[in-house]
Design a protein around this ligand. Structure first.
Ligand code: HSE
Length: 434
């Protein structure tokens, strides 16, 4: 017999940890869409307490709802579900552990916590027949986590790539559109509130790394050690690189990429990538996120939408909460899908792909021959080239290579850098093929 009926609906008590933009958005969605959510769950959701850090901040809700004693929420015997919306690993991790210890289902938006401790926390929840959901941790409002766990689970996923960080996508879009340099666009984005004052997490690729690690774990069934994931951010991209990307028919995106090399071995990486203009991901601009994948049966598939912001992220949190409520009402045994640990991610030196290379050279006879011979000795072949003269007898050459091994490419450009006719290796980047 269901524990909830229309005449006698079950009340599900929810405690919030954190009341920033996502917390406020989630609260507003639960209140604005109360009838909708009741229709879909058969339960009434009662927010009993909200844990915050700063008690002095003005709030739009009655003060008795708020407490700075987060432990009182996760240990409260009356609370059924805890929404962890604090972020960061330490305090949030301690609270999620305590909540599970005290028999509470958990919904979290915390990418760092799940990327680092997802396997352990999910299996702990599973053993206790509790739900632990984290749709909001990846791609904000894009419902990709649940889709990978359920609807796409029958596919052998050949490759998955994502634009998983809105801040960097916004910066790259503006750099390309305005011919502006990275530092100027970042400063402007910070002034406008699009980028955090401390931009490291976004700009240096940590945020993307957490998110691709979570997607890899769900897709391939085991957690990857973050220290095995190659990570580069977007600081070194110049306006010239944007120019040559356009000339060669590409766009530059910060991608999180994972692909299966052999069973139990992936290549997971985060770096700026030249992606063909014909690829769906090339058209995802501004703060938008997208996840593209190739499955053996589903084929090419892309999800895109708003990857950050209070309202889109609230949509993911509330979707997870509805799932938990349905399990409680129907006395299900939880739908957290466990994944193990110990997935290997190959070192980036074993990558095989195409590369873009930009050099400053002596603008004189024989330069091109020396460069192509040096690259060729390391099995790096060239497929496209652009040259221009600069002042002072110098020139600039940009190349695209055929597919080669990263180890060979890196050794080759070291040798190229030692040639007398090459004055500087300006930049290089990995290139996606299609
Ligand atoms: N800072 C992230 C971004 C949003 O810019 O996409 C939260 O994951």
């Amino acid at each position: 017999m269901p524990s909830s009926t229309l005449a006698n609906p079950r009340t599900i008590k929810v405690g919030f940890l954190g009341f920033g933009t996502v917390g406020e958005g989630t609260h507003r969605m639960l209140s604005d869409n109360v009838d909708e959510i009741f229709r879909k769950t058969g339960a009434k959701i009662n927010i009993t307490s909200i844990g915050i850090k700063d008690a002095s901040k003005a709030r739009c809700l009655p003060s008795e709802l708020f407490t700075t004693d987060l432990k009182s929420i996760v240990t409260d015997p009356k609370i059924d579900v805890v929404l962890e919306l604090i972020g960061g690993e330490e305090l949030a991790g301690e609270m999620v552990d305590l909540a599970l210890d005290h028999g509470k289902h958990v919904v979290t938006a915390n990418k760092e916590l799940i990327a680092k401790q997802g396997s352990r926390l999910i299996s702990k929840a599973r053993k206790k027949n509790l739900d632990l959901h984290f749709e909001a941790a990846v791609g904000g409002g894009i419902p990709v986590v649940q889709a990978l766990k359920h609807q796409l689970a029958g596919n052998d996923v050949i490759k998955l790539m994502g634009i998983l960080n809105g801040t960097t996508n916004y910066i790259l879009t503006r750099m390309e559109a305005e011919g502006a340099n990275f530092a100027d666009v970042l400063a402007d984005a910070q002034k406008l509130g699009y980028a955090e004052a401390d931009s490291t997490n976004d700009v240096d690729g940590f945020d993307t790394m957490y998110k691709i690690a979570i997607l890899a774990a769900i897709t391939f069934g085991k957690q990857v050690d973050l220290s095995d994931i190659h990570r580069e951010g977007i600081r070194s991209i110049g306006t010239e690189d944007m120019h040559y990307a356009e000339v060669f028919g590409y766009r530059i995106k910060l991608l999180g990429i994972c692909e299966e090399i052999e069973p139990d071995t992936l290549m997971v990486r985060v770096h700026p990538t030249m992606i063909p203009r014909t690829h769906q991901l090339a058209h995802v601009d501004d703060v938008f996120n997208a996840v593209w994948l190739k499955g053996d049966f589903v084929g090419d598939l892309m999800f895109s939408g708003r990857g950050a912001g209070g309202d889109p992220t609230a949509s993911a949190v509330v979707g997870d909460l509805i799932d938990v409520c349905r399990n409680i009402v129907n006395e299900g045994d939880g739908s957290a899908i466990p994944y193990g640990e110990g997935m290997k991610s190959l070192p980036i030196s074993e990558l095989e792909t195409r590369y873009y290379l930009r050099l400053e050279v002596q603008d004189c006879p024989g330069t091109l021959g020396q460069i192509s011979t040096t690259l060729g000795r390391r099995k790096v072949g060239l497929t496209a080239m652009e040259m221009k003269s600069k002042v002072g007898g110098l020139g600039e050459i940009a190349f695209l290579t055929h597919v080669c091994r990263e180890e060979d490419f890196v050794a080759a450009i070291e040798e190229v850098g030692n040639l007398d006719c090459v004055t500087k290796i300006e930049s290089w980047m990995r290139v996606e093929q299609s």
